[in-house]
Design a protein around this ligand. Sequence first.
Ligand SMILES: Cc1cc2nc3c(=O)[nH]c(=O)nc-3n(C[C@H](O)[C@H](O)[C@H](O)COP(=O)(O)O)c2cc1C
Length: 139
Amino acid sequence: MITNETLKVIKQRRSTRSFKEEQIKGEEMQAILEAGMYAPNAGNQAWHFTVIQNKKLLEKLNLAAKQGAQQMDIEHLRELGNDKEFNCLYHAPTLIIVSGDEKAFVPLEADCAAATQNLLLAAESIGGGLLDFLRPISV
Ligand SMILES: Cc1cc2nc3c(=O)[nH]c(=O)nc-3n(C[C@H](O)[C@H](O)[C@H](O)COP(=O)(O)O)c2cc1C
């Protein structure tokens, strides 16, 4: 079977739900974001990457997401939203929000998903679990 470094990283990547407290290095972050920018896009690169490392802001986002989950139709998500112990960012020290311009004339979700996958694979190739669980959202 053919194998190489790229195929190894793709197969090795798994969702991480437990994180080291230490922060990712600036040059590692830069390399990951750059990989995201090299993703295919349907015409106008209408996405944005927002990196959040401020602990207080991450906690605010966790609480806001949980409040949202409490209103959802899916019982499992409501339960997580009401679980005081649950942190939907799994205490990751870094969050990258992939967002896009709603007015983009192309299907933005596909662009964001492609960029997200590049970010995930780059993160895996650099830190193997330093950061993970990135979700595309529209703003
Ligand atoms: C659109 C999307 C949303 C996801 N949402 C969550 C989530 O809310 N919480 C979570 O822990 N994992 C989430 N995941 C990760 C999936 O659970 C995970 O990718 C899947 O179980 C396969 O496992 P793997 O990533 O380790 O291969 C999400 C993945 C995608 C693509």
